[in-house]
Design a binder for this molecule. Structure first.
Ligand SMILES: Cc1ncc(COP(=O)(O)O)c(C=O)c1O
Length: 434
């Protein structure tokens, strides 16, 4: 642990004043312990011991343009000197809303907040107000934030989670009330026949189907062809709203998010991470006739909503991503494809059950004998998480920072040279962990 001496000392110190030494539980998963960072630029992040890492965590997804992107920093710097929080409107807010309406197929009206979690709350409230129903269908293994009424069946122990065909609605934390779980129905992802069966039974009680556009919090599991379209059709048939949570997929799977990539138009969708290139911003967008209810009889509020810094960051990030008709995505996809293919090839050469799936800008690596991971239980039962944890640590010691749950995020700042270095590290780390 010599290479992390200062981090280790800071972690011990942090534990005296911060619960567990961190401010988000996800960070407790870090190997060998939560490191302390000093600065970051482009694809590189530097810890307090002076170690540099090629970063594939990218702030858990937002940094699609890389760390400290000059255009974003300049825009924020200029805008924040004119004021930070007006408790009122600014033109920047219109600029970002107009960009979303222009780019996102389902966006007719928008509202801004600060986090993905908040937008999920707004979406559920709106769906319930529009339909007059309470139940929401969600999928096992999807993450929609940490609040009581959504931290449900995200990573349940499979032996307690009931039958695959109709999983139990499982709490995600101590302190959650039973009533927080009452209004949810849970199904496995990617099984349209089960959703059809459920709607035949109780479609008239369902306010919304809530789903990630691609399952990114458990593996990186694309929707089966026709799955999202089938959900859309069932919502239309039974008068429910179709809500796509694009917190991760928005501006990552392309300028139009998962909805553009998979050709489906939800009623409501939410965006966060990549839409502000590392700053806190989030949006709920959707059909005019639903969204307008926020101006009528559905409350959505927040002191820091559409603050100057968030809006300036988003305006700059989206402008960069949109340049030359989104040409940057070709570069992102090429970088990710080289990595995905390279990792697969190394796994094959070493005779390891190394599996890579997803899309080039967000893919997942695991040790499994399965040829495809299709839902939460495939991941929970058939992927060797302990071995992947050792791989993450072996990569860290070789100057590459990964996310423990196996997802890799790519930024436009990753160079060919850094990708080549990463693949050399993969080969050496795999030889170490076997
Ligand atoms: C799909 C999805 N929804 C919601 C959230 C919660 O977003 P936040 O952490 O910004 O509250 C996340 C976070 O990772 C997410 O991946």
């Amino acid at each position: 642990m010599d290479q992390w001496q200062k981090s280790q000392a800071m972690f011990e110190r942090a534990k005296q004043s911060l619960a567990g030494g961190v401010s988000s539980n996800v960070r407790l998963l870090a190997k060998p312990f939560p490191l302390f960072f000093d600065h970051a630029e482009g694809a590189l992040i530097y810890d307090v011991d002076g170690n540099a890492y090629i970063d594939y965590a990218l702030g858990q997804g937002p940094l699609i343009l890389g760390h400290s992107h000059p255009a974003i920093l300049d825009a924020v710097n200029t805008a924040m000197r004119r004021g930070q929080l007006y408790a009122g409107q600014s033109e920047l807010e219109i600029t970002v809303a107009e960009a979303l309406v222009r780019l996102i197929p389902s966006a007719q009206l928008c509202r801004f907040g600060l986090s993905g979690s908040e937008m999920v709350q707004a979406a559920m409230r709106l769906a319930r107000a529009v339909t007059g129903r309470t139940k929401i269908l969600r999928f096992e293994g999807h993450y929609h934030g940490w609040f009581d009424n959504v931290l449900i069946s995200v990573g349940p122990p499979v032996d307690k989670a009931g039958p695959r065909e109709r999983p139990n609605v499982m709490p995600g934390t101590k302190g959650q009330t039973a009533s927080a779980l009452e209004d949810f129905v849970v199904l496995p992802w990617n099984d349209l026949a089960l959703v059809e069966k459920l709607f035949a039974e109780m479609g008239d009680q369902i306010a919304a189907i809530m789903t990630e556009g691609m399952m990114c919090n458990t593996g990186a599991i694309p929707p089966e062809p026709g799955f999202l379209q089938g959900l859309r059709r069932l919502c239309d048939q039974y008068g429910a709203l179709f809500y796509l949570d694009e917190t991760i997929t928005g501006f990552r799977l392309g300028l139009q998010g998962a909805q553009g990539r998979f050709g489906v138009t939800p009623d409501l969708s939410s965006f966060a991470k990549a839409m502000a290139g590392g700053f806190a911003n989030a949006a709920l967008v959707g059909k005019h006739d639903y969204m307008i209810r926020f101006a009528q009889d559905v409350n959505h509020s927040g002191t820091f909503n559409s603050n100057v810094i968030s809006m300036a960051a988003s305006a700059a990030a989206i402008a960069e991503l949109e340049k030359d008709n989104g040409a940057i995505y070709q570069h992102l996809e090429a970088t990710g494809t080289t990595l995905m293919d390279g990792i697969r090839a190394i796994g094959q050469r070493l005779g390891l059950p190394l599996h890579v799936q997803g899309f080039p800008t967000a893919f997942h690596v695991s040790f499994t004998e399965l040829s495809a991971i299709k839902d939460y239980r495939d991941y929970a039962l058939h992927c060797d998480k302990e071995r992947y944890g050792r791989f993450v640590l072996a990569m860290l010691t070789r100057g590459v920072r990964l996310i423990e749950r196996g997802v890799w995020y790519i930024s436009a700042a990753h160079s060919e040279e850094q990708v080549a270095k990463t693949l050399l590290a993969v080969e050496a780390a795999l030889q170490e962990v076997g």
